[in-house]
Structure formats: C-alpha cells, structure tokens
Design a protein around this ligand. Structure first.
Ligand SMILES: Cc1ncc(C[n+]2csc(CCOP(=O)(O)OP(=O)(O)O)c2C)c(N)n1
Length: 312
C-alpha cells in the first residue's frame, strides 16, 4: 500500500480543522440569534477532507442537507458560503439557496439539496457529461444512510453501473443499520446485509464499508475509487460509518481529535504547529463572519432574477 506523504497528512488535518472551525462559527451566529437553522456536518470531517484531497477543481460533488464540510473541502469560498447561510446578496447563490441549497459551480460544488437523496441522480448527470465529453473528470455523490433507501438513489446506482459512469457514491452512515434496514435479519448462509455497501455487488460495482472517522483509511479507499473512475472502470459505492458530534473534540470518534493525536504521536504535528493551523483557520472564519454580517440583504425584486437560463 502506498504511503501518504507528510504534506498530504498535514493538509488532511488542516482541512478537517477548517471544516470544524467554520461550523463552530456558524453555531456561534445561531446562538447569537443572527441566523436560522443549519444541519451540521460535524463528525464527518474525515470523509469530506479525504474526498476533497483527491479531487480536482474540474471534478464535481453533489451534496446533502449537511453540505458545509463537503463544500469547504472542495475549495469553496467560505466568505461567500457564510454570506449564503446568512441569506445575504453576496452569498454563493445571492442568498436564495441558504445552507440547504448552496452551490459553488466555480469549484464544482454543483448542489447541496434539502430533498434527501435529491442530488444523487443529478450528480450522475454530471458524471455522464464528463463521460460524453471524453474527459477524465469524475463526480462524487454524497448521501446518508436514510437517503440510501430512496428510490432515486437505487435507480442511480443501477444506471451508473450499467453505463460505467465515472463517479463515486459516498454514503456517510451515522445510524445503526438495525434501525433503518432489516437486512441483518436475513437468514441465508454467509449473508448478513448490515452494511449499505453490500448493495454494491447487487448492482455490479465494487464497494466497501470503512471507519469514517479515520481520515487515512478514508483517503486510501477514496483514492482507489478515484483511480477506477478516472480510468473508465466505472463507479464504486463506499460507505463510511461516522458519528454525528457536537462542536467539541471530546468523543473518541472525533476525526479531528483522532488525527491530531496520531500526528502528534508520530512527531508530524507539534503543539505549536497545531496552534498555528487553528489560529489561521479561526482568522479566516472571523473574516467570513464579518463579510457576511456586513453584507446587504438581497433586493426584493431579485427574487425574480436568475430563475431561468436565457439564450441557453
Ligand atoms: C425526500 C425527503 N424526505 C424526508 C425529508 C426530511 N428529512 C430531512 S433530513 C432526514 C434524514 C436523512 O437521513 P440521512 O440521509 O441518513 O442523513 P443524515 O441526516 O443521517 O446525515 C429526513 C428524513 C427530506 N428532507 N426529504
């Protein structure tokens, strides 16, 4: 197995800290009564950071109702993101999308979606476009374990396998399967369907289930799937088990904490470097908050603009 360079390892850590810091900034605004509800990504940072580290700007991601980590790891502008969440005219989508429908096409973030499972077929559309244009760009579709049972998601898995679409299905599973799927009760020899990735062979694609709080494990598995997709070998269904967490780093399943401890043990991260990384991300988030809070509300009549594409 190829080893991960120390530069990449530190970048994975920085990316996770960036996501956590940004979401904690959003939490503070909610607590101050300055913005409304947001579905947080906290606990999934290792997945987004690892996926983001493998993708190019030209690759696309389709996201969920918990999109902030996905977008940050894809390189989205956090000032515009913060303004979008605050419903301001300077936001990524001029304040019309909010946290649940945040897009940043400049970096291939082609849509968070408040409809559970809604972005999965759309992301396959981008994969099909990449294929038809004969590029080796790929698309990554994030969804949750609840979304995995949506009809559109199942249809997309099937079609993506049949058409060998250059895409990766990334299921972030934060609930015990026993609560949502009865596959574990199945009574066939050697078969117990408790992992969502076990649906992959049913559709004729590779897949696997892994710890989603261990960033290097995620990075390696995503890397294999990215190579497959770029080489024209079709899609992969990866399931990452994660734990949805609060703002702090107390949990043993906190990806930021796990990785900080690992990198410190190995002498790659020091207290001083950790502080430098955190201070830098905190300053960027502070600037994003100032930008968002100082930005104007959209004009009422702007509600009618940017609805239809003209001269398409
Ligand atoms: C089509 C649809 N049905 C129901 C809802 C209400 N809803 C919002 S989040 C959610 C749970 C989604 O679970 P999952 O996909 O596992 O994501 P998680 O929240 O666990 O990350 C539901 C049912 C919705 N937004 N869209």
């Amino acid at each position: 197995m190829t080893s991960i360079s120390n530069d990449v390892r530190l970048e994975l850590y920085r990316s996770m800290v960036a996501i956590r810091t940004f979401e904690n900034g959003v939490r503070a605004l909610i607590n101050d009564g300055k913005i409304g509800h947001v579905s947080f990504y906290t606990g999934g940072e290792a997945v987004a950071a690892a996926v983001g580290a493998h993708l190019r700007m030209e690759d696309q991601i389709g996201s969920t109702h918990r999109p902030l980590g996905h977008l940050i790891a894809k390189g989205a502008d956090i000032r515009k993101m913060m303004a979008e969440i605050a419903g301001k005219a300077t936001g990524s989508n001029k304040g019309k999308g909010g946290a649940y429908h945040i897009f940043d096409p400049d970096v291939g973030a082609i849509g968070a979606n408040g409809i559970v499972g809604g972005s999965v077929p759309m992301t396959a559309g981008y994969a099909l476009a990449n294929q038809l244009k004969h590029t080796d760009n790929i698309s990554v579709s994030y969804f949750g374990e609840g979304a995995s049972n949506q009809g559109g998601v199942q249809e997309t898995l099937n079609l993506a396998a049949c058409w060998k679409l250059p895409m990766i299905f990334v299921c972030e599973n934060s609930s015990p399967e026993e609560q949502t799927m009865l596959g574990h009760k199945i009574d066939y020899p050697q078969l117990s369907i408790t992992d969502i990735s076990l649906r992959a062979p049913a559709y004729g694609m590779p897949g696997g289930s892994h710890n989603g709080w261990e960033v290097e494990e995620v990075y390696k598995k995503v890397g294999e799937a990215v190579t497959r997709a770029r080489n024209g070998d079709g899609p992969t269904l990866l399931e990452f088990k994660i734990h949805r967490l609060d703002s702090d780093e107390e949990s043993k399943y906190c990806p930021v904490r796990c990785y900080r401890e690992k990198l410190m043990k190995e002498g790659i991260l020091t207290e001083a470097l950790d502080k430098e990384i955190r201070d830098k991300e905190a300053k960027l988030v502070e600037e994003a908050i100032d930008f968002a809070m100082g930005s104007p509300e959209p004009e009422l009549l702007d509600a009618y603009s940017d609805i239809f594409v003209e001269d398409a």
